[in-house]
Design a protein around this ligand. Sequence first.
Ligand code: NIG
Ligand code: FE
Length: 399
Amino acid sequence: MTFSTLYNNAKIATMTSDKPYGLIENGALVISDGWIKWIGQKKNLPSEFRTLSEKNLEGRLLTPALIDCHTHLVYGGSRATEFELRLKGASYEEISGRGGGILSTVKSTRNASEEELFAESLPRFDAIIAEGVGTVEIKSGYGLDLHNEIKMLRVARKLGKERNVRVKTSFLGAHAIPPEFTGKADAYIDYICSEVLPAVHEENLADAVDGFCENIAFSTKQISKVFEKTSMLGLPMKLHAEQLSNLGGAVLAANYGALSADHLEYIDQNGVDAMAQSGTVAVLLPGAFYTLCETKLPPLKALLQAGVPLAIATDCNPGSSPLTSILLCMNMACTLFGMTPEEALSGVTRVAAKALGIGNEVGTIEVGKKAEFALWNVDQPAELAYRMGYNPLAEMIIV
Ligand code: NIG
Ligand code: FE
């Protein structure tokens, strides 16, 4: 027997049509067994649905449940001391060169038990989902050995189960060179390709594979090795590319048909064109731009002109973006990068879903998609990106 409900009297930001936000005034929705069966204006409701049990949304704004498509929220410890160092003039690269940065988090993450890591990460996860987020991507990359990468990814899966929120995991073994491989980056890449990634895949712990292509991390050649292995295993790819310099990571990601290339402050026209051609999503991360006091803006106009789909995400991590607010991320995307509030909202719904390869299930409100919504105490959708430090969520509706 199917179980259907009529959700009535909402302003629905479907994020589908050409209309701004795909907005439907006086909207109604029929949900059957967790899927959207009908959507439109209440006055057009087919008679077969008129007798369904009804929930009145009292004129509030309904959006797709938001999606944070790039986080590193599972980690041990804190990097507040580095924040102080940076404020005194040290750069992110200098701190990383001195063995701080990612490696300092690797140390605290390795030292934490699975239970401790879970307990430390849960408040960050809760902070993110409290703002209407129904899907969170979580990367590994602070373990950098078999045991600790698996530990991180298990914690990520467990967070999703604990809160009944979708978690998509990405294996980020190629994030930094761990101390035991200092000066042996190629040997480390061989190790993750031959031992860690296959074991992670065996336990079904990775929904995608990510890498950090940068002078302070891995070259395009090293990332290609990881991607070759990834294609053999049939997993999708993502890449941290052109964050601090341009190594050609975006072109590489596009050539492998990656789901997304992320950061992209230093991307050039070649990279933009390659991404447009492959349909690779650009995930912009204003929290990292802000925290590192970056001055080089990602080339928003060039990306839009070429038709590259644009997502945004918190990049929640202890070093370059200690941000657990997707709404503030939307605000920063507008204020810092010049995105419109509508682009910001599609960047955390429709396009974020595409960046995770789940665009056929979630990210918009249309027939055939899952019933996963956020209901807001706001009058117009632009308010979601407009405020800072205020959470107008009325209710999550995940059927
Ligand atoms: O997305 N760029 C590489 N990785 C993270 C930073 C991680 C860290 O500093 O701990 C990022 O910004
Ligand atoms: Fe990141």
